[in-house]
Design a protein around this ligand. Structure first.
Ligand SMILES: *[C@@H]1O[C@H](CO)[C@@H](O)[C@H](O)[C@H]1NC(C)=O
Ligand SMILES: *[C@@H]1O[C@H](CO)[C@@H](O)[C@H](O)[C@H]1NC(C)=O
Ligand SMILES: *[C@@H]1O[C@H](CO)[C@@H](O)[C@H](O)[C@H]1NC(C)=O
Length: 413
């Protein structure tokens, strides 16, 4: 049974391989897998026509299909303009692949979000066993948002503090995001929240170093998340790990420009922080503000524990190793409190490279809740500036140093 047909016609089934495009849209059935191209649901892909409705219809078909492992396809060589939308589960299909081969662009104007939630662009909600993959590019077209952001234009009338996250994955399990390229999100590029077992791999994320709040990947209220082989350069954290997270593995990442890999900020609302088993290894930081950072608010309670930063390389990083337990959005504006998030069992192992400031290790713990069981092992940091020496600074930081060549470690026992 073989049938081919044009994009605008009804669906056809074919039992063959071939090019998948908007000119020749079709559904392929192969074993228990159905392929659903957005072009079969009216997408045009000229970068101008609004293809949102077609994406939603293709999703409905994919989600509700009888096939166990369907694939929704965004075909190669087309650019689809897509407004805010949510791909919702639960689905009838067991394992869905969302294959991005072409490009998906957001509207360029923030006006497209009038009367809509400004924090989201594309959201995947309540879907298990979702696989998002492909070689396509997802472009958040953020520059108009950046130009009106209150962070960089505080005196601009009508400035905005909240801008869309390009891709949100909410309430999911056993899912993954691979191979795609994400650029110029209005705010955070990828958010993982309320998920268990999520794998991210081979991701490229790019936005200008001057773009406000454009975190690469933010993880919150999630367990068992891994990120491997990512290249991230943005205007904010490459990866930030928020509250209620555990068993997070980050490895083989290149970070820069940006603010580094950050655990926090945590405890902002005086909540009981629970963050543990975070493992960050083989990260290369290039001209970032921070390297390995943990930041907590003094009003917070709870714990951050069993954290490992291993095999990190720094190339002219402002704060290669930093714990800031007195974090405040305006430095010095938060008054000293008797509370704090307890930071313990943090190991820094095999760290090398250069610092662009003199203080290469800054463990600034609270006076009331000490940092305990900190391990500094096999560390050699140098100044990025000729003729300067790097130093370390510790406040109420307790633990052991083994084989730290430079700077002199300042931990208390
Ligand atoms: C996309 O365009 C490239 C270059 O023009 C071409 O080689 C490729 O076959 C096209 N792919 C499809 C699916 O049409
Ligand atoms: C953002 O502002 C810059 C500087 O004023 C300007 O050159 C650029 O065109 C603006 N971008 C957009 C998309 O409005
Ligand atoms: C430590 O934190 C306090 C409170 O934010 C700040 O005033 C001080 O400058 C910090 N010390 C270092 C060495 O960064």
């Amino acid at each position: 049974m073989t049938a081919l047909q044009l994009c605008k016609g009804t669906l056809a089934l074919i039992l063959a391989f071939g090019s998948i495009s908007c000119g020749f849209g079709f559904v392929i059935v192969f074993g228990d897998s159905g392929f659903f191209s957005v072009c079969d649901y009216g997408a045009v892909g000229d970068g101008v026509t609004d293809d949102t409705g077609a994406f939603l219809e293709a999703w409905q078909a994919t989600c509700s299909t009888q096939f166990e492992n369907p694939t929704m396809i965004i075909p190669d060589n087309y650019t689809f303009l897509v407004h805010q939308l949510t791909f919702s589960g639960p689905c009838n299909a067991k394992k869905i692949t969302f294959l991005v081969l072409g490009n998906i662009n957001a509207p360029t104007s923030p006006r497209a979000w009038t009367d809509l939630d400004p924090s989201s662009w594309m959201t995947f909600h309540g879907i298990d066993q979702l696989r998002v993959s492909g070689f396509g590019t997802i472009d958040g077209q953020g520059s108009k948002w950046w130009n009106q952001s209150c962070r960089y234009h505080p005196h601009l009338e009508g400035c905005t503090s909240l801008a869309p996250t390009a891709m949100k994955f909410l309430s999911c399990s056993a899912s993954s995001l691979n191979n795609i390229k994400l650029v110029n999100s209005p705010q955070t590029h990828v958010l993982i929240r309320g998920c268990r077992f999520f794998d991210i791999g081979n991701l490229l994320i790019e936005a200008p170093g001057t773009s406000p709040n454009t975190d690469g990947i933010h993880i919150q209220s999630s367990q068992h998340v891994s990120i491997a082989n990512a290249v991230i350069g943005t205007g904010d954290d490459c990866i930030s790990i928020g509250d209620y997270t555990s068993n997070i593995y980050v490895s083989s990442v290149t970070c820069g420009p940006g603010h580094g890999v950050s655990i926090g900020s945590l405890g902002r609302r005086g909540n009981f922080v629970q963050v543990e088993n975070i493992h960050v290894s083989n990260v290369q930081f290039k001209h970032t503000t921070n390297g390995a950072r943990i930041k907590t608010w003094q009003v917070g309670k709870g714990y951050v524990r069993r954290i490992t930063f291993e095999h990190l390389k720094f190339d002219s990083v402002k704060n290669p190793i930093i714990i800031d337990q007195n974090y405040c959005s305006i430095r010095g504006a938060c008054k000293e409190m008797p509370t704090g998030v307890h930071i313990s069992n943090v190991a820094y192992v095999g760290l090398s490279g250069t610092s662009s400031t003199d203080v290469a290790i800054n463990l600034n713990c609270s006076r009331s809740v000490a940092c305990t069981r900190i391990v500094l092992e096999s560390i050699e940091l140098m100044s990025a500036n000729m003729d300067r020496q790097v130093t370390s600074s510790c406040l109420n930081a307790h633990g052991n140093a083994i084989g730290v060549v430079r700077p002199d470690p300042c931990l208390q026992s």
